[in-house]
Write a protein that binds this ligand. Structure first.
Ligand code: KIV
Ligand code: ZN
Length: 518
């Protein structure tokens, strides 16, 4: 059926965070960690998740099996996929691990460039074609779908790439993947390769071409988008762009590019973009590798504005400096970071959000205090603003008097934190907390002192030039609160971030308007 010219073409999202991503040094995950991320991929609504390479190790086989059992049984959910070489043993290992999945995909790969044929396979081209054909025929009927990848496709002789793809399509592959294994190509070149394959490989209607790009030259997303424009029906990608060496095409970037520019790409995915931020955070926390602050879409600065002119524009109409809305990726709102570049509009908006609606003179005084503070501090936090406002007011509820922390390497040495706090109405309080780590111990000490039920949900730590910046997320008496602080001493930075969170909590209790906005 002919597609209406304005209807975006559907592009399938094949996530390989748990296979190609996990394969990179520093990103390995245990089976139960992979399972937690697989649940996040279901929430994202990806079409396929490649969750391991069953023949590679017993751990990988276990993870594939676990995910196939726990997630793969939903026939409307994503297909669960395992990578395999073109050998009987690999196909069998994938079949065993994927058996419980209602929709399972075998991903067979074979290197087709001259270099791979000579150095890895020691084969001539006819023997390579026979191997590809044999492996696909052997796998036929044992999986819901078969994908074939011509590894190193973008360095493969174009005529032989066409032959390999034709051979795979005739043998029964449902998806023909064209990987740029070493991140070598460019948008113009990959566009031409896809246009050639789409036009010249005869295949049944349901068979699609797929693109899989590495980021060695920083072009994985651009190359993937160029392949889509030239007819690719599937993009292989990973959350935060993790993957071998410099990584893969970043899922959140390619998905948001297609969503933001339908006029240009005329293609879209089924991804629930409101889950992008949560998935990125979960991956970062699980692997211990948070994306950089300036990372497109999910970095902390992606929706933050500090420059006064930008803040003024965004407050007037956010489209002046935002091409996507933060809510689209699951962020509650954009962050107007207050620093020396910020102007009066941003300061007033932040003060109002914190519950301070100040009249003309008082506001001017606070503004001048804010400017002096911003000259000495990289970022002016909510606590700082409350200090400024409180200079002749009632002040904020909690002050930190002292913090002590004890940790150790002995098996039974449980991190213990002791905090002494002054409360505006309750006076001086000292409390002790324990936890599996120092942040948890500190949180418990604050909760004991404040006599509240609280759990630590997230900790985000960044090394600035000299200082450590820490942002904590907590649930206190059922309310979500955050606090941020910077200090050269990590323990003090953490305690001050908790202090900011607890002061925010007191303000929310005193002013339910703030709690609704949080
Ligand atoms: O980069 C690559 O070629 C791969 C294949 C296994 C698809 O990851
Ligand atoms: Zn790869």
């Amino acid at each position: 059926m002919q597609q209406a010219p304005d209807t975006p073409r559907p592009v399938a999202i094949f996530d390989t965070s748990l296979r190609d991503g996990e394969q990179a040094p520093g990103f390995s995950m245990r089976p139960e960690q992979k399972l937690a991320l697989a649940h996040a991929l279901v929430r994202l609504n990806v079409d396929v998740m490649e969750v391991g390479f069953a023949a590679a190790s017993p751990g990988d086989a276990e993870a594939v099996r676990l995910i196939a059992e726990e997630i793969g049984t939903d026939p409307d959910g994503p297909a669960i996929c395992s990578l395999a070489r073109a050998t009987e043993g690999d196909v069998e290992a994938a079949e065993r691990a994927l058996a419980p999945a209602a929709k399972n995909r075998l991903h067979l790969f074979f290197g087709t460039s001259d270099l791979h044929l000579a150095a890895k396979h020691r084969m001539e081209k006819p023997e390579a074609l026979a191997t590809i054909e044999r492996a696909i025929r052997m796998a036929r009927g044992r999986f819901s779908e078969i994908e074939f990848s011509a590894e190193d496709a973008l360095r493969t002789d174009p005529a032989f790439l066409r032959e390999a793809m034709q051979c795979a399509a005739e043998a029964g592959a449902d998806v023909l993947n064209v990987p740029d294994t070493v991140g070598y190509t460019s948008p113009e070149e990959i566009g031409a390769v896809f246009a050639d394959l789409v036009a010249n490989v005869a295949r049944p209607d349901h068979v699609i071409f797929s693109t899989h790009n590495h980021d060695d030259l920083g072009m994985a997303v651009a190359n993937s988008l160029a392949a889509v424009r030239a007819g690719a029906g599937q993009v292989e990608c990973t959350i935060n762009g993790i993957g071998e060496r410099a990584g893969n095409c970043a899922l959140e970037e390619v998905v948001m590019a297609l969503k933001t520019r339908p006029d240009h790409y005329r293609a879209d995915t089924r991804v629930n973009t409101r889950e992008l931020f949560a998935a990125s955070r979960l991956l970062g926390e699980t692997t211990g590798n948070m994306p950089p602050r300036n990372k497109a879409i999910v970095g902390r600065n992606a929706f933050a504005h500090e420059a006064g002119i930008h803040q003024h524009g965004v407050l007037a109409d956010r489209r002046t400096y935002e091409i996507m809305s933060p809510e689209d990726i699951g962020l509650p709102s954009n962050a107007l970071v207050l620093g020396k570049h910020s102007g009066k509009h941003a300061l007033r908006a932040r003060l109002e959000a914190l519950g301070h609606d100040l009249g003309g003179n008082r506001f001017e005084e606070i503004y001048s205090g804010f400017k002096s503070l911003a000259d000495t501090k990289r970022e002016v936090t909510d606590n700082d603003l409350c200090d400024l406002v409180a200079e002749d007011g009632r002040g904020h509820a909690w002050e930190l008097v002292r913090v002590e922390m004890r940790t150790g390497t002995k098996a039974n040495a449980k991190p213990t934190a002791k905090v002494t706090l002054d409360h505006r109405d309750r006076g001086r309080l000292t409390a002790i907390g324990h936890g599996t780590g120092p942040f948890e111990a500190l949180t418990e000490a604050f909760c004991v002192a404040a006599e509240v039920e609280g759990t630590l949900d997230s900790v985000d730590a960044h090394q600035l030039s000299r200082e450590m910046e820490i942002e904590v997320g907590l649930t206190v008496d059922g309310q979500t609160i955050t606090g941020r602080s910077q200090h050269t001493d990590v323990v003090i930075a953490a305690a001050e971030a908790l202090l900011a969170a607890f002061n925010n909590h007191e303000r929310m209790v005193a002013s339910p308007r703030l709690a609704d906005a949080a």
